[in-house]
Ligand binder design. Sequence first.
Ligand code: NAD
Length: 262
Amino acid sequence: MDYGLDQKSVLVTAASRGLGFACAKMYASLGAKVTIASRSEQALDEAAQAIEDETGKRINAVRMDVNRPDDIARVVAAAEEFGNGLDILICNAGGPPKGSFMQLEDSTWYQAFEQNLMSVVRLTRAAVQHLQRSTCGRIVNITSSSIKQPISGLVLSNTMRAGVWGLTKTLSEELAPYGILVNTVGPGRILTDRVREVDEATAARTGMALSEVQQRELERIPLGRYGTPEEFAKAVVFLGSPFNTYITGTALMVDGGMVKAL
Ligand code: NAD
């Protein structure tokens, strides 16, 4: 299967580990010129090295915090320069803190707004001039299964990611005249370091064994297991490639059947 990614220029944010890292690695393995961005320089350099070792492709690693508008402008310019243009933008960021409505202060709401909604607005605004010049402009926003079925105790994720889904749908219409396809992919339970840490924290808090915590999660997933970051990346890379020519404004869940919404 040829995804048409050879020499395409791709920017993946929040890619030093987890879902972003898996997407960046898959793009590189399919021949793309990949820029990865994240906050920690050391983690970023290690991630770039790991991808280079595995794929033989040179990776452009740029330090950035998605909460900082200047960083966003800088990283998009760096991706454009490295890739001699920009064809594909994958918007990812760390998740917002958990918590229920009555627990959260305005400051936490604003932080989540900046990190999980405004980062997508700003990245898209900075990238769109370059994507317009591409013959295959694609944007994929990484959200959550919460856009289809809100998750208890995660009011910030439920709210901000629904905003990203609304933005995705709107952009799919507004950017269609430029041939730019815009979609979102929602992870259910994909086994990244973050998910492992969350399960460990739940076990510590409740006194349950880690295996019990995980078993409780697995009972909600028809396929009976967590997904792998690679399984998630397959969906992102498909939607965010020239191989996808007619799917835009869609939310694709990678969740082993967990979401019950139609
Ligand atoms: P992760 O914590 O393993 O990785 C997050 C990455 O984001 C890291 O590289 C980190 O350095 C980077 N990052 C965090 N804050 C940043 C910032 N301000 N600026 C730049 N980079 C930043 O998380 P993950 O499991 O890979 O999840 C990725 C996203 O998907 C998160 O928003 C998460 O909430 C969401 N999500 C994941 C799952 C899942 O099953 N893994 C489920 C639902 C939603």
